[in-house]
Design a protein around this ligand. Structure first.
Ligand code: 5AD
Ligand code: SF4
Length: 457
């Protein structure tokens, strides 16, 4: 899609803003795809002569990039909106909300009714139109809603201001066709649309030239990526092999794949590509076959475990991380035991645990026998205890080993320490000179702590 028109609006807003020293704040909720979208929003805003500030009280423009995958993300937005109302009254700040929540009609209605001071509402399919929408609101002093239901096209060429100088995210596809019964994503992000292989490869080659060392390929369902055949790439395994050849990039990660689409060619590509990290995020959601069926996940407990065994057999040194939902409707204590059993068997490196959250418009929301909140919490705590016990045991295995660590920067909590990550995504803190930032170094692991390891050069 042609974004020439948006470039013109960027120029127009920039010309109006020159010399005014305008500031913006951005709040991003949710997943890495949203983070990547926010980097594009920042790119457009900086091109329009806004500079980023952490002080929301001095902002001339405030934008919320929202998530609706669980209720707590929604609560965060409403809490913040109360705060920005005062800033707007004092300063005339322009307020915008975009992202997944804006694709939900009941939320848009609620915002228009309860927070009428918000200036711009735009959705996931109109992200690239920020310059045009902002221009209209500034010139016409109106409020504006720019939300469409039809799937947007793949947009290329938006400016981008990245958060990091070593690691970068690259969205390879958008949307989801799976309709897991608890999940709102297919309704708010639309059907799967893959970017063209040459656009992805060009972007990563450019990142390598700028000195980036690690890329994470992003999509709601990366292993159903479909290339148009350019550069010989039609599927995810071929994309992985092509990215692996890009000089300068040292590490490749990807999130999230779906177990049902994890074909042998992807497993073999991970095995063969030395830059692809040997940790795979493989969302389980539940370990019980009946619950998995109700979730519309299209695999059984046994199939998941067989896949894990196959992957571990084919890829030496492989570790796994996962997502799990506790308290899905109709989940019994007995069903939940299967989830604990899978966690016990697989020994995940990391488990992202979620309490089931009802989402309006999804099939699971209208299922009978919703699990009472206190029971969800009891199960969550049980799972958490098991996971923490495993992480603790697993951490101990690192002590005394030598790990290749990509140095990401100074530690946030201790200025004298550097921080980086192992191939398996474990945080390692160590003492060293700043020149090491951006390099892969060998570190001897000397001690372990719950959420990080300590290393020595
Ligand atoms: N409730 C709780 N967790 C959810 N997820 C998706 N939808 C819901 C929901 N309604 C979790 C899944 C998914 C992760 C991104 O969020 O585990 O993999
Ligand atoms: Fe949601 Fe399932 Fe699609 Fe993931 S695969 S985004 S959980 S519907």
């Amino acid at each position: 899609m042609n974004i020439e028109k948006q470039r013109e609006f960027i120029e127009k807003v920039k010309n109006m803003n020159v010399g005014k020293n305008l500031k913006y704040s951005i709040f991003t909720m949710g997943c890495q795809l949203n983070e990547n979208d926010s980097e594009k929003l920042c790119g457009m805003l900086e091109n329009m002569k806004y500079t980023k500030t952490d002080q929301i009280s001095e902002s001339d423009f405030i934008i919320f990039n929202t998530c609706c995958v669980r209720e707590n993300a929604e609560d965060k937005l409403f809490g913040k909106l109360g705060e920005v109302k005062k800033i707007k009254e004092q300063k005339g700040t322009i307020i915008a909300i975009c992202g997944c929540m804006m694709q939900e009609k009941h939320i848009v209605e609620k915002i228009k009714k309860s927070y009428p001071f918000v200036d711009i509402l735009f959705g996931t399919h109109t992200l690239h139109k920020l310059p045009e929408d902002l221009y209209t609101v500034i010139c016409e002093k109106t409020k504006l809603q720019d939300i469409i239901d039809i799937d947007g096209e793949v947009i290329e060429g938006l400016p981008i201001k990245r958060n990091d100088k070593i690691k970068a995210s690259v969205t390879i596809m958008n949307g989801c066709n799976n309709f897991c019964s608890y999940c709102i994503v297919p309704y708010v992000r639309g059907r799967e649309r893959s970017r063209n292989p040459e656009d992805i490869i060009n972007e990563i080659e450019e990142l390598a030239k700028q000195g980036y060392k690690e890329v994470t390929l992003l999509g709601q369902n990366v292993n159903s990526y479909k290339g148009n055949g350019n550069l010989g790439i039609t599927k995810f395994s071929e994309l992985l092999r092509a990215v692996n050849k890009i000089q300068g990039i040292e590490r490749i990660r990807f999130v999230s794949p779906h177990p049902k689409d994890f074909s042998d060619d992807v497993i073999e590509a991970i095995r063969d590509c030395e830059k692809v990290c040997k940790i795979i995020h493989l969302p389980l959601q539940s370990g019980n076959t009946q619950i998995l069926k109700k979730m519309n996940r299209k695999y059984t407990k046994e199939q998941y475990l067989e896949l894990v065994d196959k992957m571990k057999a084919k890829i030496p040194g492989l570790s796994l991380s996962t997502d799990i939902i506790v308290g899905f409707p109709e989940e019994t204590d007995e069903n939940f035991e299967d989830t604990l059993d899978v966690v016990d068997k697989v020994h995940f490196e990391q488990v992202y645990m979620f309490i089931y959250s009802r989402r309006v418009g999804t099939p699971a929301d209208t299922m009978q026998n919703q699990v009472p909140e206190p029971i969800k919490h009891v199960r969550f705590d049980k799972l958490k205890a098991l996971v923490e016990k495993q992480i603790d045991e697993n951490n101990k295995k690192y002590v005394g080993t030598t790990q290749k660590v990509l140095v990401e920067g100074k530690s946030k909590t201790n200025d004298k320490m550097l921080t980086g990550r192992t191939d398996s995504n474990k945080v390692v803190n160590f003492e060293g000179s700043e020149e090491l930032i951006g390099n892969v170094v060998n570190l001897k692991i000397v001690s372990e702590h719950m959420w990080y390891l300590k290393g020595e050069l």
